[in-house]
Ligand binder design. Structure first.
Ligand SMILES: Cc1ncc(COP(=O)(O)O)c(C=O)c1O
Length: 435
């Protein structure tokens, strides 16, 4: 079999540079929270394919469900001759979505597509054009999703013009001195300076900012958004694409805020590695677009829907919400211990198993250290751990360990984080991490 180096050279020659590449490591096999590359080297996976594998690589239930579905048929198109697995998964998501209103679901294929469709539905329902999103937020790489994304490089630079009538307000981030009140005041300013609330179709927000840096939206902020949307007839879209499916210790992160979204976007861990996304929302809003207005050839692939049903079974059967909280406690305790030792760790934050450290210079929240962050992901990979960075300034390490990972694997991975950080930014004398 080709080596990592050979494959990397072929990749560089064959694949356009716009597709980024975190590590020159080519995987040949993966199971639960571990992966092996083409040279037989083992890695612990703290990235989960960017939050896709809350149920781990190759979960036996997902494997079996997909094999069963493959034995039956792989595609008919849900818009032509539908199938039971699609109906059943829609019913289950409608039940799981928080709040008392009856719900309906549509399936699409990627997170960005779910975001596009949520905005289409909100516009069709309200008859209004404008959408408000938040600085630092990430909603995908298609045109409306790009417009909503609040980070220029690398996502938007050179790709404009974007769809009109998109406005941004600051996301509340206490660590960076932006309070809930600051964000709410800024929203009022958007209504004063840019667009009257009667022309706003939707506000879209991540309950925990993912790509933007794992900043947790305070409960009172999300509740205030709910009130604002109710006051002005605006559709509140909660983007659960990265936060969903037990990651934060609840099935959906918005449950921590105790509010009912109008629409939710879902993808990633919904189908354990198979491409599936959904918009789930209040039936009266979801039914606004007419027949044929929504959909797609592969939207709700039967294989992905079968995987999705198995994922939901695994989350319930293995109590992965509780497991996310337990893993999160271990991570937070261990990383806070490390923070006392390593001044470059400016903040440790998390909710359930959505945990991050922010790396800064001179203990200053406003002096991000993206170089150290890059060096840490590289050093950890050399030691057999796959880590992912994020953040507006590229100085946050996000921990996305599969919720099915064992305590031993978690401890081993955290040990590699500690050793790598000590080598790069700390005192090399101490060796053990209290994980
Ligand atoms: C919150 C959020 N929304 C939307 C997306 C876009 O999803 P996809 O990459 O599947 O299009 C992502 C992907 O990282 C995301 O984290």
């Amino acid at each position: 079999m080709a080596t990592n180096k050979e494959l990397q050279a072929r990749r560089d020659a064959a694949v356009a540079r716009g597709i980024s590449n975190a590590l020159p490591v080519y995987i040949s096999r993966a199971e639960n929270a571990e992966m092996w590359d083409v040279e037989g080297r083992r890695y612990i996976d703290f990235a989960s394919g960017i939050a896709v594998l809350n149920t781990g690589h190759m979960h036996p239930k997902v494997k079996a469900a997909v094999a069963r579905q493959l034995d039956a048929f792989s595609h008919t198109c849900f818009m032509v001759t539908p199938y039971a697995v699609g109906v059943e998964l829609a019913e289950k998501l409608n039940e799981l979505a928080p709040g008392p209103s009856p719900k309906k679901t549509i399936f699409v294929t990627t997170g960005a597509e779910a975001v596009e469709n949520a905005i289409k539905i909100a516009r069709a329902h309200t008859g209004r054009p404008a959408v408000i999103a938040f600085g630092g937020g990430f909603h995908g790489r298609t045109f409306m999703a790009m417009a909503l994304t609040g980070k220029v490089a690398p996502y938007k630079a050179g790709f404009g013009p974007f769809p009109a009538e998109v406005y941004h307000a600051p996301f509340p981030i206490a660590y960076h001195g932006v309070s809930v009140q600051d964000s709410l005041d800024a929203l009022e300013h958007v209504f004063k300076y840019d667009v009257e609330p009667q022309r706003v179709a939707a506000i879209i927000v991540e309950p925990v900012m993912g790509e933007g840096g794992f900043y947790i939206a305070p409960r009172e902020f999300l509740q205030a958004l709910r009130e604002l949307c109710d006051q002005h007839g605006i559709v509140l879209v909660i983007d659960e694409i990265q936060t969903g499916f037990a990651r934060t210790g609840r099935m959906f992160a918005i449950e921590h805020a105790g509010i009912e979204p109008d629409l939710m976007t879902m993808a990633k861990s919904l189908a354990g590695g198979f491409p599936l996304a959904a918009v789930v929302g209040k039936a009266g809003i979801m039914d606004a677009p007419g027949p044929g207005g929504l959909g797609g050839t592969y939207a709700g692939s039967p294989i992905a829907c079968a995987a999705g049903l198995a994922v939901l079974e695994a989350i319930a059967g293995e109590q992965l919400c509780a497991r996310a909280r337990a893993l999160g406690t271990t991570m937070m305790d261990s990383l806070r211990d490390l923070q006392r030792e390593i001044p470059a760790i400016g903040e440790v934050r998390g909710i359930g198993s959505m945990v991050a450290i922010e790396l800064v210079k001179n203990r200053d929240p406003h002096s991000p250290d993206p170089e150290l962050t890059k060096a840490l992901t590289r050093r950890a990979a050399e030691k057999g751990l796959v880590l992912l960075s994020c953040g507006l300034y590229g100085n946050v390490i996000r921990f996305l360990v599969p919720l099915t990972a064992s305590d031993a694997i978690l401890r081993e991975g955290l040990g590699i984080v500690a050793d790598s950080l000590r080598e790069l930014a700390g005192t090399p004398t101490r060796t053990a991490v209290n994980a």
